[in-house]
Design a binder for this molecule. Structure first.
Ligand code: AMP
Length: 307
């Protein structure tokens, strides 16, 4: 098994109704690879940071089995920085600041030994870079999944549409699906997106769960009702990491197995939001993960007999 993850490795400053952080470890690739590490091994990341990025964060990723050979450290430059503030419902947030820094001139180079992954996860990043990564693959991975956000719809629309055409699975949130298609109905939006190229679409709806579509089927998984939600940052990425980590472990890309992967993704995301930043994702035990999956099974199980 092997999974290549591309995306930001970042500093985030987060404000939620429960508190505020200074610069802490964040970034799409960080959350995705940590989440995937609970299901698969052989995870390689491609990203870039500045020389202000502490070695201890890289060591922590390595302890999770994440190979950071493709993480470039640029001397004299600063790490990507993002800052966001959540509204009282914790489902919506405002971006307060995005400083691309080292990302502005990033020309990623996938190490030659990592150019044949079975699964490729293109985390939220400039669409041009996501395309560049796909072109560096020696053969087409079994499955290519990408995430994106409204920021790129605003500043790189054409590149984004081209990138979406090239992937197998697109994952975005409901608001972004509407923005991308100009359709209010998620079902109509899904139809339009599936006509753009991807075989599958995952629409994340925060605390209201996630929908998986292909042209013939739709599947819904709820989010776990949690007593304490401290920080939703990285929930979408943790979902993607759990989802693709499970696929890499099982190698089965049938719709039925993608449904199971949605549950694994949802379970991983439910851990992420329980603490600020990556804190909760850095020390989970296998038992905790297994128990959480069982909670999901129990949550949606019911008996009905139709007469
Ligand atoms: P999520 O909450 O799953 O949407 O992901 C949050 C992570 O995305 C944060 O850790 C940020 O560092 C990262 N992020 C925020 N804005 C961008 C952007 N424009 N491009 C790439 N990554 C971003």
């Amino acid at each position: 098994m092997s999974l290549l993850v591309v995306g930001t490795v970042a500093f985030d400053a987060i404000e939620t109704p429960f508190g505020k952080t200074d610069k802490i470890l964040g970034g799409a690739a960080t959350y995705i690879s940590l989440a995937a590490s609970y299901f698969t091994h052989k995870i390689n990341i491609v990203s870039v940071v500045g020389d202000d990025f502490p070695a201890e964060h890289i060591e922590m990723m390595n302890r999770h089995g994440i190979d950071t050979k493709g993480l470039e450290v640029k001397q004299g430059e600063k790490t990507f920085f993002w800052s966001g503030k959540y509204h009282i419902d914790m489902n919506t947030r405002d971006t307060l600041d995005t400083q691309l820094n080292v990302l502005a001139n990033f020309n990623p180079v996938v190490p030659p030994e990592h150019r044949n992954p079975e699964f490729l996860m293109l985390g939220n990043l400039m669409p041009r870079i996501q395309q560049d990564i796909m072109r560096q693959m020696e053969s087409r991975p079994k499955l290519i999944m990408m995430d994106t956000m409204n920021f790129w719809m605003e500043i790189a629309w054409d590149d984004l549409i081209e990138t979406i055409k090239m992937v197998d699975v697109l994952t975005i949130n409901d608001e972004e699906a509407r923005l991308l298609t100009k359709e209010y109905s998620i079902v109509k939006a899904a139809k339009k997106i599936l006509e753009m190229g991807p075989k599958y679409l995952i629409v994340k709806k925060g605390e209201h769960g996630a929908l998986l579509f292909n042209k013939e089927n739709v599947f819904f998984a709820p989010a776990l009702p949690l007593e304490d939600v401290f920080d939703p940052t990285g929930a979408g990425d943790s979902f993607a990491g759990g989802f693709i980590g499970y696929l890499d472990q099982t190698k089965d890309i049938s719709f039925d197995n993608l449904k199971r992967a949605v549950i694994f993704g949802s379970a991983t995301a439910s851990f992420c939001v329980e603490k600020f930043g990556t804190e909760r994702l850095t020390g989970l035990s296998q038992n905790e993960v297994d128990d959480r999956i069982q909670e999901f099974i129990d949550l949606v199980q019911f008996d009905i007999s139709l007469v």
